[in-house]
Design a protein around this ligand. Structure first.
Ligand code: 2GW
Ligand code: MN
Length: 296
């Protein structure tokens, strides 16, 4: 969709002068391939919004709520309304086998929700594999025509603070909160060469979280297509990667570098204490009772 390229520049906006010398020094805010790593204090939200708002963008958000996971939808959607892409057109795509259990949440103006019925399953492997496939086919069928950017998110999560236009980019990934202090050989990548998700010990940039994939619709389309194909190829060889699609995502991103990387502010875990470099938790995975929510 061409309106992404139709930039309209703001005429005049007053904001703090950017400094060449003073900024955050406790974290790295750029990757060695010069993609920004987004941390609180590295961007001016008013300025960034001012650049993106005139583009009249639509942001697609996909979320899966299969089986008992429908119980997470209410908090997910309510907190997204408060914090996620406020002031932009947002289209939620909720994939569920229980359409009648989707809560009715009041949406702000310019925001829409569609419920798309998908088959349920008791097998996690199937839900996991089919997520990539369903995102891929839904992009083909409708999202491609309905949105500019897309974010695919885990439903067992909540927003707590701004997640805005600073997160937009061609291909966007998030650093997993559990491993950013570790060396690459300790990352839980898939380590068996027989898997198409294989990453050797001496390779790897960051360990990315599978709970978020984002970017231009076409870039995410290619990612889901490739990951789906590899997932199925592995399945044909009776191999399931260590962390399912998260492993395939990590492999894909190693050789297709993200153009923007979100700091762990954008993917925290509620059981984990905040660390000093994380000034604000924007989105986090809730603590779940596995016996209660998962099949079997
Ligand atoms: C079924 C059996 C076992 C585990 C999960 C499920 C399940 C997942 C389900 O019954 N219904 C369902 O809707 N899901 C969807 O898949 C839901 O959107 C959920 O947020 C997502 C990922 O499952 P989850 O959140 O239980 O996995 P986590 O929090 O351990 O997530 C990380 O690891 C996964 C791979 O094992 C994925 O890569 C995920 O994206 C990661 O965040
Ligand atoms: Mn999750």
């Amino acid at each position: 969709r061409s309106r992404v390229r139709n930039m309209v520049f703001p005429e005049k906006l007053l904001y703090k002068q950017p400094s060449v010398l003073v900024g955050r020094t406790d974290v790295v805010a750029v990757t060695p391939w010069l993609a920004p790593i987004v941390w609180e204090g590295t961007f001016d939200p008013v300025l960034v919004d001012n650049i993106y708002k005139p583009m009249n963008l639509t942001i697609a958000t996909t979320v899966f709520a299969i089986g008992k996971y429908v119980r997470f939808l209410q908090d997910f959607l309510e907190t997204a309304e408060e914090h996620f892409m406020v002031g932009f057109h947002v289209r939620y795509y909720v994939f569920t086998d229980r359409p009648h259990d989707v809560p009715s949440v009041n949406l702000s103006q310019g925001r829409h929700l569609s419920v798309i019925q998908v088959p349920g399953s008791n097998r996690w492997q199937e839900i996991s594999a089919r997520r990539m496939e369903i995102i891929q086919t839904t992009i083909e069928r409708q999202i491609r025509r309905e949105a500019d950017y897309i974010f695919c998110l885990d439903v067992d999560s909540k927003f707590h603070a701004r997640w805005g236009s600073e997160s937009l980019g061609r291909l966007v990934a998030v650093i997993h909160p559990g491993y950013y202090e570790q060396t690459r050989d300790r990352f839980p990548y898939e380590r068996r060469p027989a898997s198409t998700a294989y990453i050797p010990m001496d390779e790897g940039d960051y360990y990315y979280g599978g709970a978020m994939i984002g970017g231009f619709v076409e870039d995410v389309y290619t990612l889901t297509k490739v990951c789906r194909t590899r997932f199925e190829e592995d399945a044909g060889n009776s191999i399931e990667a260590a962390w399912q699609e998260e492993s395939h995502l990590n492999r894909y991103l190693l050789y297709n570098k993200p153009s923007k990387v979100l700091s762990p502010e954008y993917l925290w875990q509620d059981f984990k204490a905040k660390t000093k470099e994380v000034k604000v938790i924007r989105f986090s995975g809730v603590i779940k009772n596995y016996a209660e929510v998962r099949p079997n």
